[in-house]
Design a protein around this ligand. Structure first.
Ligand SMILES: [Fe+2]
Length: 256
């Protein structure tokens, strides 16, 4: 089976658009639908016809172009059952553990409540791809709008359990701010220091930091590292639970 082709492009102020295309079957999925014009331009540049939208959650900057894309392409919209009423044009509601076929490629649904109550990520195990939207960012995680820190911690643990080499496509270019914050939590982490310097250089050149990998995030993302002894020592939380340490890191980032 030929590998999937991906096209990643900026949308709105800091969202990413991602198109995933199967060269054998011809199907093309838009990961969320942040901005009609940018998505159509990318599809036309590639000569791809959008057949699916994989919706991760109901926020406007992820569903805004759902109906317009559906009208233009007749595409099928797949999205979280927990948020079904808030997803414009939803055709197929999915929940944790569901899997479906995308042009011969298996897509698994992972529910990751936290940022919203029903947020889902899409995992393509054979292609080693994860579309994590606003649950897991490079060196960050989504803000907790609809569920408590404990839920988000458990959601992130599900993603951290995926193979290290899994490529992670996330919803926003927040990486530079995330890197600066991560250094305040985990200042002795050599791998993080190196990565932060690379990110500074990339962003100065106007380059994007997408994708990342599960392995790299486990080594450097403080939101996945609440169990790390040196982070716990820095936060004076050696006797606390992982959930409590995670909640403290998330709270500090909210005020960073
Ligand atoms: Fe969001």
């Amino acid at each position: 089976m030929k590998p999937l082709d991906l096209d990643v492009f900026p949308c709105r102020s800091d969202n990413f658009g991602v198109l995933v295309h199967c060269p054998e079957s011809g199907v093309t999925a838009s990961i969320d639908a942040p901005e009609l014009d940018a998505i159509v331009a990318a599809a036309e540049r590639r000569g791809w016809k959008i057949t699916h939208i994989f919706t991760t959650h109901h926020h406007g900057d992820h569903v805004e172009a759902n109906l317009a894309l559906k009208e233009k392409y007749g595409c099928e919209i797949i999205g979280p059952r927990e948020e079904a009423l808030a997803i414009p044009g939803l055709d197929q509601a999915v929940a944790d553990g569901d899997s479906f076929d995308f042009g011969g490629h298996t897509v698994r649904v992972i529910e990751t409540p936290g940022h919203t109550a029903g947020h889902v990520c899409y995992h393509l195990p054979d292609d080693k791809l994860l579309f994590a939207a606003d649950t897991l960012f490079a060196l960050g995680c989504g803000r907790l709008f609809e569920r408590p820190a404990t839920d988000m911690w458990h959601s992130l643990q599900k993603l951290a359990a995926l193979p290290d080499e899994t490529a992670v496509y996330f919803g926003h270019e927040y990486t530079l701010s995330n890197a600066r914050f991560a250094l305040t939590i985990d200042p002795e982490n050599e791998r993080l220091k190196t990565r932060a310097a690379e990110i500074e250089a990339k962003r100065q050149k106007g380059e994007f930091t997408i994708p990342t990998t599960i392995g790299l995030e486990k080594e450097t993302n403080p939101f996945l590292r609440a169990a790390d002894p040196s982070i716990r020592r820095n936060l004076l939380m050696e006797g606390s639970s992982d959930e409590e340490v995670f909640a403290e890191i998330r709270k500090r980032k909210d005020h960073f």
